[in-house]
Design a binder for this molecule. Sequence first.
Ligand SMILES: [Ca+2]
Ligand SMILES: [Ca+2]
Length: 317
Amino acid sequence: MRRRGFKAVMLLVVVAVAGCSILNSPPVARIAAVPLSGSSPLSVSFDAGGSYDPDGSIMAYRWDFGDGTTGSGVTTDHTFISASTRIYTVVLTVTDDDGATSSCEQSIEVIGTGGGAGNNPPSARFTVTPKSYGDSPLTVTFDASLSTDVDGRIVAYAWDFGDGTTGSGKILSHTFTAAATADFTVTLTVTDDRGASASTSAVITVLVPPNVPTDGPTAAFTASDPVTVFASPDLPSVPSLFSVTFDPADSTPAPGHSIKTYIWDFGDGESVTMGSDSPVTHTYASGAPSHTFVVTLTVIDDQGLTDSVARNVTVRN
Ligand SMILES: [Ca+2]
Ligand SMILES: [Ca+2]
């Protein structure tokens, strides 16, 4: 009588405990990866098919590739890109049908090729539209489509807007704000498919005009030989590369004021911002869609007032 009562109590205990998830066994995570080492860019196939749950089934597979990216699925491919040789720690986390998780790790060695032998670094280039200056808040679109890689392709576009924020992507817009007229240096860094990178910068000038308008500056410039300035877009033959020196010395400030900034738009997607009236020399490439370029000089004075002048510059031999 006493033993039968003891068995009944034990049976109740077992049934009660089994009804809770307290007895759930955690899953076991297993990674198979091929290859484990190789040169950048290194494409690795991952397989978590060896993972299992002793008392249920695995519902989710999450991958952390150790390079800031993640993935999912029982199998997945991932390409590692690094200019320098480094070890990535890949973490697989599996979740079972009771919500328990387990993880395991796999090291992947990526041998960097850098920008050295066997790989040419990419070329970074971008355009700014509609223009590189304007009243605050100023929204401009950056387009890095002109960036190239002669022996591969560009796989990453990273932007530093110079105002404490960053972005990514080939084409994007950004809004600059300023309490007073200010310059922001925007830097684009492109990375090719073998991990080499290159950067270029442009200055964005955000204007905060004074409350009381006064006389502003006057922009004017000259262009050097062998360039001739045409009124009409004649298209004479041109050499593959040619340089033109532009001189803004004819620009004048309003009486009692001074010109602080000279912004050159060379008409081929390139621009430069100068803090003085020094001449600037620009090299045009043969791949340009036109041999006539609309060159624009914008001057900004110490009051934030601006003036622009544009000329067609046509190149001849
Ligand atoms: Ca389980
Ligand atoms: Ca390359």
